[in-house]
Each structure stands twice: as C-alpha cells, then as structure tokens.
Write a protein that binds this ligand. Sequence first.
Ligand SMILES: [Ca+2]
Ligand SMILES: [Ca+2]
Ligand SMILES: [Ca+2]
Length: 318
Amino acid sequence: MTDPTGWQLIEDWRNGVISDDDFVALQDLLREDPEARQTLRRSMTMDSALRDRAEAELLAVEADTEVVGKQTSDLSASNRPRWLSAAALIAVGLFAGCLCTGVAWAYANANSVSSIRLPVSLWNGGFESETESAASGYPDGPGFWSGDQVEVVESGHQGVSSFEGQRMLRFVQTWGDEPERRGARSNQWQIVELSGVETGGEKLMATLTARFNRIDAGPDTDTVFRIEIQAFSGDPSTAETQYDSDSHLSGTVLKKSTDGDPLTWEELEVTTSVPPETDFLLIGFYAHEDVVDDPPTAPEFAGHYVDGVELELSTINP
Ligand SMILES: [Ca+2]
Ligand SMILES: [Ca+2]
Ligand SMILES: [Ca+2]
C-alpha cells in the first residue's frame, strides 16, 4: 500500500490512538481496497492477538467480498478469555512459585472443560514495596523493575489516590543515571522467566494490564501512556540486545491518551501469544511526553502515575 494516509490510520489503530472519524475512514478504506486489507494483515503477522482484533474489528468485510487465505490464529475471540486447564495450573504454579500471589480457582461453567484462572503476579506490580526501581536501563534478569527515573509515592500525591494499596509509582524523568540526551518517554521494564512452564501442548497466552492516571497541569500536560509485552527465547541477559534488534517471537504494544481527571484511572491491557520456544517475557510500561518534550534537566512529567500492573498467563482450551 503506497497511500501514506492509510499507513497512518493503521498505525494509529495499532497504537490505540485512532480517533472515531479516522476509525470510520479506515473501515471505509479496508472495505474498498484489497491492497489495504493485505497490508493490514501483513502488519499483524507477528502478533496473533492483534491479528484476532483486526479480524474482529476491521477485516470482517472480507467474508462478504472475497475468498481469502485467512491467516487466522486458532485463538479466536471466543476462546481468548483467560482460563487455564488444571494441568497448566499445576505446571505454571510449580514453576512460578513466588510469582503466584494467590491462585484463584474459578470453573468456567458446568458444560466446558474444567478450567482454572491463574493470575501470575509480577514482582511489585502494585508498588507497595519502597524499592521502586533496582537499576537503570534494561533488566538483565527476572524479578525487579528497571528503567528510567521513577519514585514510589503515597496515595493522595497531588490529589491522586492509588489504584490499589497505599502506594503507586510516579514517572519522574526520561532518563536513568544521567541526563545524557533528550528523551520523550519514561519507562520501566521487568523480565518474567517462562522457560520452565509446561502447558501440555495447549496454547499459552500472556495478558498484561496496567492502570494509569495523571493530573491536569494545563494545556502543556502530557497525556499518553503505553504498555508493551514481548516474548523472547534465550537467556534473560540478552533482553537488551534482542529488544534493540527486534528479535521478539511475539509481542503487542498499546498506547492510550488519558483524560485530565485525577479521580479516574485509565486501564491499558494487551494480550499476546507465547510461542513454545519462549524463555522469558519482557514487560514494559511508559509515560510519553506527547505534548511538550521538556529538556532532560527540567521536570518532564507534571504528575503521571502507574499502579496495578498485572501479568496473567493462560492456556486456551481446545
Ligand atoms: Ca499500589
Ligand atoms: Ca484520569
Ligand atoms: Ca524530555
């Protein structure tokens, strides 16, 4: 597809920042232009969760207009809810050990295969520990947050109540150790090892959820937050080089512009397939300077917070 407008519409949709009018324009374009549909499908190739979403939201038109070789993932929308088989629970539970903070059993219904919901917690996803960030830059192992300057603050900071517990994390600067260069985003990473997970041949999915909030400090207040999850093979110490070289096995990213109401938390959630050869997941969340990119030595975020970061692993029952 050579139409730059079409590319931009697809990119905005992928990042979750498309406007209502542009969404309608994108649907019209996809309805009328087979090449645009092909472009969208190709751009989804690495991401089964996005591909499912595209087919649910944007590519349904194909059923009426042409016969296509659909690259449909077998993780259909109706199968996507996060239910686990008993075998997967045992396998993941044994592996995860300290990662599991309360395994909740919930049988789907009497007519389905018995399934169990398994929330797998990241370390300190609620930021109730006073240790906010163990290192700067990429993590080289599991079990801690690492990235740019952040601080754990008490609930009520600048009029923002924590999403859960008594504390939350505030984005401070777009850099870690030294303000060496200009930056327009502040983020934190965490690695979750999966190399010991046995799923009994079932498809494994990972869902990342995070809640964001910000104050309204006037028209210059930045608005955009982002979450990201990627699956990699190999040793976790290779996370930085693999991420920089785009060597993920699968992954999903989502951006969202938030309101200026400090009383409401905005939720971002992404789901990605976890290929069998996955050894670890790289989890990330960001605040973007989408309105004004302040110099690195100036305050870069007026009051931008994250809380309630959760990772959930699930298998899809056939
Ligand atoms: Ca909290
Ligand atoms: Ca809000
Ligand atoms: Ca900046």
